[in-house]
Design a protein around this ligand. Structure first.
Ligand code: NAD
Length: 351
């Protein structure tokens, strides 16, 4: 197990801003990237936290992540917006697409927003939280075009990305309910984190490059690579495919079918945004949602303290990590320092 350092959230945030300013981002862009990756760490998803920075900078150098790019609305049918990101910074492109969708849903009661070919948009829950903060219910189907990582149910070779699905429901006076997961059993970033920490994977999550089950996270990064498995067997496989078709194929974005494993991560996202306020159902929806949550939590299995809701682990992690600091392994810290050096930052003040 690699050594862990506890780093205050604001120090990590400053480091990310410093690195992206040095790389050439505007202050707004550097701030949005830092907000997103540090929030992912706070919410316990280190796979989408500051550990992504070295990959992001490699993408910038390779021309796959375009700094200071402006989102463009390519199609507007009223009910649906299709936005071209053309490799723009995902943390900015998705933020702007959600702003457009929220404004449209405020006008019309609902909106569909497609984001095409953005650079990596990170933790999808972040975008559902942005919608929920504006009082919106939202659904997000996301494809990943970055070289295949996941074998189909019944397959032995990787064919699709970890295509996440997310749903967000605002609650009155309390954090929203956020359902947010990769359709693979493990997100690829979690395998990287396990590899960096030197720990094994749970059984059934990974196949080696001959299609045999393995616990060794390193098998995903061999040449040719191993493959992740889908969650929930055929059911997760079906949802993964729906993310590929809705997120990308339907709107002419890049599918995984012709993606190359060049280290550049593209995401396309199909989002449905609904405004209960505009539909006139906000008050009954809020009370029914609380009634449903009370009902589903009213019986607890033996030996369990409570039925946890989607979003509870992230909320608990956030409170704990804000108080104690974010645990960052030594390998990831070294990689951050090196990423800073690659854009001319001599000292980050992290180690
Ligand atoms: P995960 O397996 O940790 O599942 C997370 C979901 O399950 C959350 O909604 C969480 O609240 C809920 N949950 C976890 N434990 C629970 C419990 N005991 N009771 C009730 N609910 C519980 O997530 P993951 O599949 O590893 O995905 C991690 C992150 O990676 C997500 O934020 C996802 O959006 C992101 N992701 C992004 C991409 C991309 O290309 N941008 C690709 C894949 C995944």
């Amino acid at each position: 197990m690699a050594e862990l350092h506890l780093v205050p959230a604001e120090r990590l945030h400053d480091a990310v801003v410093t690195i992206f300013l040095a790389a050439g981002s505007s202050a707004r862009e550097a701030g949005l990237i830092a907000d997103h990756v540090v929030e992912a760490n706070l919410r316990g998803h280190d796979s989408h936290g500051v550990g992504m920075l070295p990959a992001y900078l490699r993408s910038v150098a390779a021309g796959g992540m375009r700094l200071n790019h402006t989102l463009r609305v390519a199609i507007d049918t009223g009910a649906m917006l299709v936005c071209d990101a053309d490799g723009g910074v995902g943390q900015v492109m998705a933020h702007e697409a959600m702003e457009l969708g929220i404004a449209r849903a405020r006008e019309q009661g609902s909106a569909i927003v497609s984001l095409r070919n953005s650079h990596h948009i990170g933790r999808i829950g972040h975008w559902a939280e942005q919608c929920a903060a504006a009082g919106m219910v939202s659904l997000h189907f996301v494809n990943v075009a970055a070289g295949a990582y996941v074998a189909p149910f019944g397959g032995s070779r990787a064919r699709l990305g970890t295509n996440p699905f997310c749903a967000g429901f605002p609650r009155v006076g309390i954090d929203p309910l956020i359902v947010d997961f990769a359709t693979s059993r493990l997100a690829a970033g979690k395998v990287r984190v396990a590899h960096n920490k030197g720990v094994q994977l749970p059984p059934g999550a990974l196949l080696d490059n001959a299609g045999r089950p393995t616990l060794d996270p390193g098998k995903l990064f061999e040449t040719p690579p191993g493959s992740l498995t889908t969650f929930g067997e055929h059911k997760g496989w079906g949802l993964m495919l729906a993310c590929e078709l809705l997120g990308a194929a339907l709107v002419g974005a890049r599918t995984q079918h012709d993606a190359v494993a060049d280290g550049i991560i593209l995401n396309s996202m199909f989002s449905v945004i609904v405004a209960p306020e505009r539909l006139g159902t906000a008050a009954p929806f809020a009370s029914e949602l609380e009634a449903v949550l009370g009902w589903v939590q009213s019986e607890v299995a033996d030996g369990r303290p409570t039925v946890r809701l989607p979003g509870d682990p992230e909320r608990e992690s956030r409170a704990q990590r804000l108080a104690a600091g974010i645990p960052v392994d030594a390998t990831t810290l070294e990689q951050l320092v090196e990423a800073g050096r690659s854009v001319g930052v001599a000292r980050l003040g992290l180690i």
